[in-house]
Structure formats: structure tokens, C-alpha cells
Design a protein around this ligand. Structure first.
Ligand code: ADP
Ligand code: MG
Length: 442
């Protein structure tokens, strides 16, 4: 013990380091070649081993002349807690309890990881307000919107935030489907009281995907009573749904009315800027270099939802990691083909539109696709791109390819040109409409 004390004094450790790693170490016993120390956590153990083991062992050797190794034992929790209580005032910083993640929530579904854009700012702000003051204002809250737009992420962010900052509150998160299964099982096993208590004792009840309760009369009934109990006790409830509640089928009206009683917020698909920002965010803690072009390419072409956006990114990242090669736009396009929205079944092809537009303007098809940049050619070319964008599902990347391998940004630019001109020149819109009509008719 004396050795350790000396060691502490002699070691050149800052106060902070000492407090953090050494203060809570206690001597347990020593054998001929070993010293056993008690330490508070595995975290401290790994820190000590990585940072100080070598120094300490050298010092011990210098002091004692014997080669001694260190061995650690982690204090058991109970003792630790007792100590925490009795030593509270002495050194609060080392006694902070290790954060225990919530068993039902994904740790990465946090507000910090949620990119706010104009498509979701209402929902995001409401969620933050709820996390700060659960039960008081927006109760219940219903978040609705299509698949992959961030409902679960937001809902779990509320849960994670409350779990972290208000650890005494009991947060219960459950997908509606699990709620249904639990309910049915509780009946079969005659454990209904247990089931009821589990949900009615919650301080925060988060039920994900309530559209799954459609057709489930019994569970709806049960949730109705749970709702009332929690509502009367001012407990916060949040629900998500993939459609506006008015579109729920086979759903008890009285329960539907309860859902919409508080705050209703909806999520929309993200715009280009938000998609780009989300991709950036998702790349933050991954150790791969994906160039701006590629991020733009993905953001431009994948506009369905964020789940698809992530899937595309994951596929590109995996490719980059496995092939260890820089991703060029060509490789990316090839890799992403499956993700780009496929044109709906239609007889309207890019080729058809190009032909009709060039006929109308009396330019050749090869000029239309070619490099010439005279006014007589560029205008029809822009009109063709604009129309393709208007009436088909081809992505700007695919369109670019059909115009002599032009870049998707060129296509975007061209469409923008026409849009601008429509605003200032009243003859253009009728021309476009006439062309569209004749393309659809033939
Ligand atoms: P939903 O529940 O609406 O189907 P999710 O919450 O599961 O959608 O979101 C799908 C994926 O997209 C998740 O991986 C989520 O982290 C991510 N995501 C959605 N919105 C955002 C956002 N605004 N910022 C960052 N990631 C998001
Ligand atoms: Mg979800």
C-alpha cells in the first residue's frame, strides 16, 4: 500500500488524471509478484492498462526491486453504490454512474443525429419540446408520415433524451405489433394484470406504428383504457402512424379521437439540401472518403425516403471499403442502379420524347443528343429534358446519359432554365403542354 502511495505522489499526473483514474483505486492484496487492486469499472481498467500500466510497473520495479505485475478486480456494484452515497460530497466527478442505455431504444436514434430540414422541422421541434417537458403540453403527440421518413428515429430520440436527462422517469417504447402480441399472450397465459401494469406504470409511453392496430379490436380496446389511465395521470404519450389518422380503417373511433386530441405533426420527404445534409451526417463517423460528386449524385437521384437514401450510401461505402478504390461517378452510377427510381410501366421513353421534340423544332436527333451549343439546338434540348423530367420517373442521371453522357447537374440546370423561362415568357408553357399532349397521345 505504501508503494502505491509513493507511486501516486511521485507520478507526474495532473489532478484531473488522478481524480479520474487513480482516486478510486484501492489496494486489495499482493502476492510475491503481483499486486491486486480494486477498481470501479471496466472502463477504468482499460484506461489504466492502456495508459499507465507500463509506467506503474516500471516504477514499482524501481521502488521495490522486484518485477511486479498489476492485476485488477472490479468492485461489485453494491459496494460501489454504498460508497457513492457516503462519499457524495468528496469527489462527485468520479462517482457519476455509468450511463445505461435504454434496453428498448437504439442508442444512435438521438436528436443530435437527426438532421432538421424543412420537411421535418415541425415534428423535430415538437419532439424536442416534449422531451424537455414531458406530459405538460403536447399530450398525446401523434407523428405521422410515410415509410422511412424518420418517425421511429424521432420517437426514440424523445425516449433517449428523457431516459438520459430524467433517469427517474420510466420510458416504455414498443412497436404496436409487439403490443398486440404481448396483449394476446397475456390473455393466453392469464397474466393480464402484469400486462396492464407494465404499460400503466409508464411515465412515458411510446407506441410505434399504430396503423398495425387496424383490425385488432381487442388490443384497441385495451389501449383505449391504457390511454385513459395515463392521460388522466398526465403521463406523456407519443404515437406514430404511417398515414393521417382519418385514413385508418377498422379502427375504433373513440381511440382514433384520443390519438388526435393532442398535437399532430407530419413528416414529409426531404428536399435535395436535406438529403445531402443527411448523407453527410451519416458519413460523419465512418472512416471512408466519398467525394462531393458522389454525395450529390445520391442526393439528386434518391428522393423517395431516407431509408432508401441510407441504403444507397451503405452500398457505396461497402463498395469503397471492399474494393479499396476511389469511387468515380461511373462506378457509383453502376452501383446505384438498383436504387434509382425505376420508371413506371409506360410507353413513354426518353427516346420517344427526344424524337418528338426534335421533330417539332425541326432539329436532328443527333444534334439533340450532341454537343452543339447553338441557340437553335440548346432550347429544344432543354425543352426535351424538361418534359422528360415532368412526365417520366427517370432520374437526372439517367436523362443525362441519354443526352450524350451529360452530367446530372447539367440536366438539372436545363430544367431550371425552362422553369425560369416559363415564368417570364408566356408562350413557352403552351408549347410544352402541346408537346406533352402529343407525346402522350402517340
Ligand atoms: P420511419 O419510422 O418513418 O419508417 P425511420 O425513423 O426508421 O423511419 O428512419 C429510417 C432511417 O432514416 C433511419 O435509419 C433514420 O436514422 C434515418 N433518418 C430519418 N430521418 C432522418 C433525419 N432527419 N436525419 C438523419 N437520419 C434520419
Ligand atoms: Mg418506423
Amino acid at each position: 500500500e505504501e508503494t502505491i502511495k509513493q507511486l501516486r505522489e511521485e507520478n507526474e499526473l495532473s489532478d484531473q488524471e488522478y481524480n479520474m483514474y487513480f482516486q478510486s483505486i484501492h489496494y486489495i492484496e499482493s502476492t510475491r509478484d503481483k499486486i491486486i487492486l480494486s477498481i470501479p469499472s471496466r472502463f477504468i481498467q482499460s484506461q489504466l492498462k492502456q495508459r499507465y500500466n507500463a509506467i506503474i510497473e516500471t516504477r514499482l520495479f524501481e521502488l521495490s526491486g522486484i518485477e511486479l505485475t498489476l492485476d485488477f478486480e472490479i468492485e461489485n456494484r453494491k459496494k460501489d453504490q454504498e460508497k457513492t452515497q457516503s462519499q457524495e460530497t468528496e469527489s462527485p466527478e468520479i462517482q457519476e454512474k455509468a450511463y445505461e442505455p435504454h434496453p428498448q431504444l437504439r442508442e444512435d436514434y438521438t436528436f443530435d443525429n437527426f438532421v432538421v430540414g424543412n420537411n421535418n422541422s415541425f415534428a423535430a421541434n415538437a419532439s424536442r419540446a416534449i422531451a424537455e417537458n414531458p406530459g405538460s403540453k403536447y399530450n398525446p403527440c401523434l407523428i405521422y408520415g410515410g415509410v422511412g421518413l424518420g418517425k421511429t428515429h424521432l420517437m426514440q430520440s424523445i425516449g433517449n433524451s428523457i431516459h438520459k436527462h430524467k433517469p427517474d422517469m420510466k420510458v416504455v417504447y414498443i412497436p404496436a405489433e409487439t403490443f398486440i402480441n404481448d396483449f394476446i399472450e397475456s390473455i393466453n397465459t392469464k397474466k393480464q394484470t402484469h400486462f396492464k401494469n407494465k404499460y400503466r406504470n409508464a411515465d412515458i409511453l411510446l407506441i410505434d406504428d399504430i396503423h398495425d392496430l387496424q383490425d385488432k379490436k381487442g388490443t384497441q380496446e385495451e389501449l383505449f383504457h391504457t390511454f385513459n389511465a395515463l392521460y388522466d395521470a398526465n403521463k406523456q404519450m407519443v404515437f406514430t402512424c404511417d398515414r393521417p389518422p382519418s385514413e385508418l380503417k377498422n379502427f375504433a373511433d373513440r381511440l382514433k379521437n384520443r390519438f388526435v386530441r393532442g398535437l399532430n405533426v407530419d413528416l414529409h420527404p426531404p428536399n435535395y439540401e436535406t438529403r445531402y445534409a443527411i448523407l453527410r451526417k451519416k458519413l460523419e463517423d465512418r472512416n471512408v472518403a466519398i467525394s462531393e460528386d458522389i454525395l450529390e449524385l445520391i442526393s439528386e437521384n434518391i428522393n423517395t425516403n431516407i431509408r432508401d437514401l441510407e441504403a444507397a450510401l451503405t452500398s457505396i461505402v461497402a463498395y469503397a471499403e471492399l474494393v479499396q478504390k476511389e469511387i468515380t461517378p461511373e462506378i457509383a452510377k453502376q452501383q446505384l442502379k438498383q436504387f434509382f427510381s425505376s420508371p413506371i410501366q409506360t410507353n413513354i421513353t426518353i427516346d420517344k420524347i427526344q424524337k418528338q421534340v426534335s421533330e417539332y423544332f425541326n432539329v436532328t436527333l443527333s444534334d439533340m443528343k450532341g454537343k452543339k451549343r447553338t441557340k437553335q439546338i440548346t432550347f429544344p434540348r432543354q425543352i426535351a429534358m424538361f418534359i422528360i423530367r415532368e412526365i417520366t420517373d427517370y432520374s437526372t442521371t439517367e436523362i443525362g446519359l441519354e443526352f450524350g453522357g451529360r452530367d446530372h447537374t447539367t440536366v438539372m440546370h436545363s430544367c431550371q432554365r425552362i422553369e425560369d423561362r416559363i415564368k417570364t415568357d408566356s408562350t413557352i408553357e403552351p408549347t410544352v403542354q402541346e408537346l406533352i399532349r402529343s407525346i402522350k397521345e402517340t
